[in-house]
Design a protein. Structure first.
Length: 139
């Protein structure tokens, strides 16, 4: 990875002496420099029960899940072993980054921001495709 002289200087400077813009740039540069190590640590953290829960909370919040229901949804997610649509045996991929047809998904209703079902990846994709087709017909 090649950094410019200014970028190298920003990474070495004491953060307290940097302007807010340069602090943000410094943070981005340090992430870029250490990305592989940061991602490896995140994958390892996701393998722990606490890390997995934090990861799901962050991801589901990004999707728009009503966070008042997170604890209930997470317990349901943990305890669901078969797809609620096709009854396929589900796998919880913890930290390995591998996604397959049996990957456990939380299907989210976009209107209410509530969890509809815990499903396999294939059913989740089918449900999302059907919803998009319905919305396209309505407009």
């Amino acid at each position: 990875m090649n950094f410019t002289e200014t970028e190298l200087m920003l990474m070495e400077d004491k953060p307290k002496l940097l302007s807010p813009e340069n602090k943000k740039l410094r943070s981005k540069l340090l992430y870029k420099k250490n990305k592989e190590e940061i991602c490896r640590k995140e994958r390892e953290r996701r393998k722990t029960p606490e890390g997995f829960k934090k990861y799901k909370k962050r991801k589901w919040k990004q999707l728009g899940l009503n966070m008042n229901t997170f604890e209930n949804v997470f317990e349901r997610f943990k305890n669901t072993n078969n797809c609620e649509v096709c009854n396929y045996k589900l796998e919880t991929n913890v930290g390995d980054g591998k996604v397959n047809i049996a990957s456990k998904c939380m299907n989210l209703c976009k209107e209410t921001n509530e969890c509809n079902k815990i499903v396999c990846l294939e059913c989740n994709t089918r449900i999302m495709t059907e919803n998009r087709k319905i919305k396209a017909k309505e407009s």
